[in-house]
Design a protein around this ligand. Structure first.
Ligand SMILES: N[C@@H](CCC(=O)N[C@@H](CS)C(=O)NCC(=O)O)C(=O)O
Length: 355
């Protein structure tokens, strides 16, 4: 007998069917930033004097506003690192909060230079939309958050559950696939606005919240009255590698974004931190010297000066420092590194060589 003895029927709040979501997506366009016809993204950013970075409307640990109204999080730090690399200062970023529905249109329409917003890299997103992924910044997976009092231990016990999910996400499709594969019924509660969606879940208007586990951990720590009253079930229903996206028409900018992320990972592997990089710069280690621009000509392939990666690391620290500050055990999210540890420490993070 299912724990969720409810009648199966799709609940939609507002315009929520797949087709309606797509229409909504088209109508939610923001004013376009100045694009200089014929010039590269980097030229445009330099002329403008700031990087325009698309982030979420608030997912703690990845991109959210702190008490002083400053953006913080892993996705935010990627943008600050890019601004430091290209413009010389991590402060030269304008953050544009975007819903799941708005994000790809904003990138396609030149409203942002880079989308750094807990976005899962998938085959259809990587080419079909005129945009492309760059590097993986977070190995995530989708899972279920449920109230502890329901006594559910595994996702297979969710037959008949009402599931809160945000449209325009891969979560929506994975929800369908998972329940079909396991021959389970469910009732989707589809809400576009994240705040409203989470209010609905914590008010008990749905039994389960489906999202990336990073989002679930952030939500539970920030929005639940008592975080211990909620559990993340052990199953991960898909792989959800998150990373920044850019438009497909500028391979040069794609390379800069990709290699800025790589620089943060490589710095951790080489033991270079935001506080020791000045002494590390004098290191005799050729890899460290190349990364920090002590070897002349290393910025050339990117059309940048040799110190671009030095500035990125100085601004936000290496990947490990970024993790500890935003997601690690001393933060409300308390996430273990797990798959996000370096490849030589049991994880999946790996930068190709700087050579
Ligand atoms: N990683 C998934 C989910 C990303 C996503 O948009 N998640 C929602 C929560 S379910 C979110 O972060 N919303 C924040 C917002 O709407 O600002 C994807 O790329 O489709």
């Amino acid at each position: 007998m299912s724990a969720f003895n409810r009648v199966f029927s799709a609940v939609t709040w507002g315009a929520r069917s797949g087709a309606a979501s797509a229409l909504l997506c088209l109508s939610l366009t923001l004013p376009s930033i100045t694009a200089h016809a014929g010039s590269s993204t980097v030229d445009t950013i330099k002329k403008r004097g700031e990087l325009v970075c698309g982030v979420s409307q608030g997912s703690a640990g990845l991109s959210s506003l702190d008490k002083q109204g400053q953006w913080e999080g892993l996705d935010v730090d990627v943008c600050r690192a890019l601004a430091a690399a290209v413009l010389g200062a991590p402060s030269k970023v304008r953050f544009v909060p975007l819903s799941s529905q708005q994000r790809f249109t904003a990138l396609q329409n030149n409203e942002i230079d880079v989308l750094s917003r807990n976005t899962t890299i998938t085959s259809s997103r990587d080419d079909g939309l005129g945009i492309t992924s760059t590097a993986i910044v977070f190995y995530d997976g989708q899972g279920f958050l449920v109230p502890r009092k329901l006594g559910v231990k595994h996702a297979t016990e969710l037959d008949g559950a009402q599931v809160c999910v945000q449209p325009g996400t891969v979560n929506e499709q994975n929800l369908v696939d998972y329940f079909k594969r396991n021959n389970l019924k469910y009732r989707p509660v589809v809400i576009e606005n994240l705040v409203e969606l989470e209010q609905a879940f914590y008010a008990g208007r749905c039994d389960v919240y489906l999202s990336d586990v990073s989002t679930l951990a952030a939500s539970r720590s920030a929005r639940a009255k008592n975080p211990d009253d909620y559990v993340i079930l052990p199953e991960r229903i898909n792989k959800s590698p998150l990373g920044p996206f850019v438009r497909q028409d500028d391979p040069h900018w794609t390379a800069i974004v990709k290699w800025t992320v790589n620089a943060l990972v490589e710095a951790e592997e080489l033991g270079v931190t935001s506080s020791n990089l000045d002494s590390e710069e004098k290191s005799s280690d050729a890899e460290v010297r190349r990364l920090l621009g002590a070897t002349s000509g290393v910025g050339k392939p990117f059309g940048l000066d040799d110190r671009w990666a030095y500035r990125a690391i100085k601004a936000v620290g290496n990947y490990g420092e970024i993790w500890e500050r935003n997601l690690g055990p001393k933060t409300p999210l308390k996430l273990e590194r797990g798959q996000n540890a370096l490849w030589n420490k049991g994880g999946l993070l790996y930068s190709p060589p700087f050579q």
